[in-house]
Structures are given as C-alpha cells and as structure tokens.
Design a binder for this molecule. Structure first.
Ligand SMILES: *Cc1c(COP(=O)(O)O)cnc(C)c1O
Length: 373
C-alpha cells in the first residue's frame, strides 16, 4: 500500500504526461518557455489572481516573496510553530527573525489569539519591526484568514500565505493562493498538485511585484536583458518538463481529484469519528486534504498504533514530530515548550493516514479495520 499513490495517478494520466514530456524534449527548450507560461496562466485563472510566477520549489517561492518585499535584518516574520521547516527557514536565511506562533489543536493551523499576543510581545520588546505574517494552510485546510487578515490590518503587516499544502482548498469558494498579499505554493511530488521533481509558484495581483519576482528568479535581471543584473536574485525557475507534467495533472486535479480526496476523507471520517479525534474542517472551509491526520490520546497510543499499522503493511506518517521552536537550528533561541502547548500536544499525538485521490473505499475499510481492532 502507498501513502500517496503517485503510480496510480500516472497510470490514469500516462498518455498526456508522456506526450507532454516528449514535446519538451523535441523542442529542446527546457527551462521556462511555452508550457511554463501556459501553466502560469491557468493557475492564476484558477486561483483567481492576476499573476502566477513559477519558480524552482516552494521554499524558493516563500523566499522570493520575502525578497520582493525587501525583508531582512531587524524584521520579525510570524509563522506557525507546527509546520514544515521552510515556513521559517526562508526568513532566517534573509537575516530576518522568525517568530513562532502556537496552533489551534483542532485545525492544526496558526491560532489567531496566539498570533496577536506574539505581535504585541515583539512590539513591547522593541528590538524587531513586525513586518510579515506567514500563515500556513496545513494539511490542505486554509488558515483562519477570517481572523488573521484583520489582525494583519490592525498592525499594518503583510501576509505571505504558505499554500504549499493548501492548493485547491477554499473558504466559502475563495481559493487558497488568494489570501495573502503574496501566496506561495509547492509542486513537490507529494503535495496536492505535484510534479515529477521540484517546482513552486507565487501568486500576486500586484504588477510591480510580479515584475520584481520575475527578475528575482533570474539573478535580478532586467526585463529585457538577461545579462543586465539590477539586484541580487536567485536562480529559481520552473523546468518546462515539470510544467508539461503539471498541465494534465492540474486538469485532473480540477476535474475529479479534488472531489475524490474529499470523498476519501468522508470514508475515513464516517468510520473513525466515534473512536478517534478526526480532523476538524472549519465551517465554510474546504480542504484539499494534503494529509488526513487523526489525534490519538497519548504518544504511547500513537506509537503503538503506528507500529501495528506498519506490521500490517499500512504506511502512516508523523507530521510533525517536533515544533519549529524545538528544531536544533533554532536551539539558540532557547524557547520554552510552555509557550507552545498545542504544538507539543500535536507532535505527540498526530498520525497521518494514507491519503490521495486514487484511494478506494475498500482500502480505507482495510486501514480503518486495523485502526479500530
Ligand atoms: C512542502 C512545503 C514547503 C516547501 O516546499 P518545497 O517545494 O519542498 O520547497 C513549504 N511550506 C510547507 C508548509 C510545505 O509543506
């Protein structure tokens, strides 16, 4: 059994994917180019934004966005404590200070009250300038923008949405990728919309930021001359082969995959809801189910269940085993676990189950029988 069955997806889309890859090889144009431009247009239309700027991966998408705003030394960037490392590492690498915010244990997303408290602490200390909030759309569900956006406005902060796991999710029909002043996503193979290598993109409605991002992804070049470098940028572009893979995958994602993962989530929920804490999707929110993550009572129970599943050939994952404040790279900050009680609970008790659009009801049955045994 696969945790995320990319092989089944390939079999369903093989003809279009193979043909797209072959066309790129025949064209000998491997970086950016026509398929990339076509993909950027389609994704921008879907998300409902003016521009989509593709790049090398989701981490670069976050970093490029921060660079486009000139974020650096002395700036505070607020992000969830319970997320993939890139949500914070990208501000650190630019010299800015990531500030970790505890989560809501029901949704696993940034807790708005903890966010406001963190902003006030930074202001009171007076050493850093609060600049950006990086809410994470964890496990496919958009962060609580109903509450986060007013806080950003109140304190004059920009919002950089980390939609690496959220692509396809929405709040009352408004899509993930449209909530931030800038929004970043990833096409890493295991994400809701994944390619066959690394890839990422940034969404914006701002023409100037769009132009700046297109320059920053190619060494800060001028719009007309690749060898006229106006500022320090990155080398972070999307390969044409990845775009050729993403075009048919995006069509399937919209046509049926998103609906299929939501069906799979329902199968899990029906079977597990009386026995386990199942994922909470907020009222009016729609998840793209990057993960289906349940909460066990204790770490001991979680570890025992995971070991039993493994013995039966059923893969499961612990996303995430530690909060950002517990990472070795941030040990120098000397942050106490007491500031992050919900993150600590989550790290001990979460278990993510196999989840993808090609999951059958029989397989969900089999997994749930083991869980309930
Ligand atoms: C995957 C991920 C990223 C980074 O994306 P890459 O393409 O792997 O660089 C950033 N944030 C979150 C929340 C992610 O899950």
């Amino acid at each position: 059994m696969q945790f995320r069955d990319l092989g089944a997806q390939y079999q369903a889309l093989k003809q279009d994917i193979d043909e797209g890859i072959q066309n790129v090889i025949n064209s000998s144009a491997f970086i950016l180019g026509k398929p990339v431009t076509e993909l950027e247009g389609r994704l921008a239309d879907y998300v409902g934004r003016k521009h989509c700027v593709s790049c090398g991966n989701g981490t670069d998408a976050l970093q490029l966005a921060l660079m486009a705003w000139g974020i650096g030394h002395g700036d505070a960037v607020f992000t969830s404590d319970f997320t993939y490392f890139a949500s914070a590492g990208t501000s650190s690498i630019l010299g800015a200070a990531p500030i970790f915010v505890d989560i809501n244990l029901a949704t696993f997303n940034m807790d708005p009250d903890s966010l406001e408290a963190a902003i006030q602490r930074v202001i009171a200390k007076g050493q850093l300038t609060p600049k950006v909030i990086v809410p994470v759309d964890l496990f496919g569900q958009p962060a609580d923008y109903d509450k986060i956006l007013p806080i950003a406005k109140k304190y004059g902060l920009k919002v950089l949405e980390d939609a690496a796991q959220g692509f396809g999710g929405n709040i009352r029909g408004k899509l993930a990728g449209s909530f931030g002043d800038l929004s970043a996503t990833s096409f890493f193979p295991a994400k809701p919309l994944g390619c066959y290598g690394d890839g990422g993109a940034i969404f914006t409605d701002d023409d100037e930021i769009n132009a700046r991002l297109r320059s920053l992804r190619v060494q800060g070049k001028s719009p007309v001359d690749k060898y006229d470098n106006r500022e320090i940028g990155m080398n972070s572009r999307l390969d044409a082969i990845q775009a050729a893979v993403l075009l048919p995958k995006f069509k399937a994602f919209v046509d049926y995959e998103l609906e299929a993962v939501n069906k799979a989530a329902k199968w899990y929920t029906e079977r597990l809801k009386d026995r386990f804490v199942i994922p909470t999707v907020q009222d009016g929110f729609y998840s793209s189910w990057a993960q289906y993550t349940i909460l066990l009572d204790t770490k001991e129970e979680r570890d025992a269940i995971q070991a039993n599943l493994k013995a039966k050939g059923i893969p499961s994952m612990v996303y995430y085993p530690r909060g950002l404040h517990q990472q070795e790279a941030y040990a120098w900050m000397d942050l106490s676990d007491d500031m992050y009680p919900n993150t600590i609970e989550a790290t001990k008790r979460v278990l993510s189950l196999p989840m993808h659009p090609y999951l059958t009801e029989e397989t969900v049955d089999q997994i749930c029988r083991e869980l309930l045994a």
